[in-house]
Design a protein around this ligand. Structure first.
Ligand code: ADP
Length: 193
């Protein structure tokens, strides 16, 4: 199994790279942002609760996203592995993910971080907001709040994987294909271990 955590701030390009990785490696894509937006569009109680926080640029509670991921892991037992995109976003989520995978006799292969500076992120998110229809991409104040949440709560997750010798980082500025090539280089080295 190849279980990859794709890491980086909002707007770093995780979703774009995930699509290419799914095709190449046959992995299942688990994006907590997409799962939450699915709940919102179905009008569930969970979705209604999450929407308030997401629209403000704040993280939703750990228990909510951990529960969603746990269900998805159970529903996809026989795959080649997973790409975790936008999860884990706190150290508590990372610890819970390790425990969930361990209970299935599996583990994270590694984390790959896409490095992009804050100015470029803000520019990309505002551009995406023009046609994504995502309310959290349309407002500069909300974008800055998301980047702040990332720097305070999510950035420490990198240290969690560094401590396990499972962390790699690459430059997230460049063409989509250049960045994809760098990611595949790292995965190739993991597979040959
Ligand atoms: P981006 O990374 O571009 O901000 P996402 O689609 O990953 O977009 O996330 C959108 C919003 O969904 C986040 O701002 C947050 O409110 C919520 N969210 C997504 N994943 C998580 C998570 N793992 N933990 C807490 N909140 C999350």
């Amino acid at each position: 199994m190849l279980n990859l955590v794709l890491f980086g701030p909002p707007g770093a390009g995780k979703g774009t790279q995930s699509q290419k990785l799914i095709e190449k490696y046959g992995l299942i894509h688990l994006s907590t942002g997409d799962l939450l937006r699915g709940e919102i569009s179905q009008g569930t109680a969970l979705g209604l609760e999450a929407k308030k926080l997401m629209d403000e640029g704040l993280l939703v509670p750990d228990a909510v996203v951990i529960g969603m991921i746990s269900n998805k892991l159970d529903a996809n037992k026989d795959g080649k592995g997973f790409i975790f995109d936008g999860f884990p976003r706190t150290v508590a989520q990372a610890e819970a993910l390790d425990a969930l995978l361990e209970s299935k006799k599996s583990a994270i292969s590694g984390m790959i971080a896409l490095e992009v500076n804050d100015d470029e992120l803000e520019r990309r998110l505002l551009l995406r907001g023009k046609d994504s229809g995502r309310p959290d991409d349309a407002n500069p104040e909300v974008i800055r709040k998301r980047i702040h949440e990332y720097n305070s709560k999510t950035a420490p997750v990198a240290d969690f994987y560094k401590g396990q010798n499972k962390f790699k980082s690459i430059n997230g500025i460049g063409t989509v294909d250049e960045i994809f090539g760098a990611i595949c280089g790292i995965i190739g080295a993991w597979k040959n271990k």
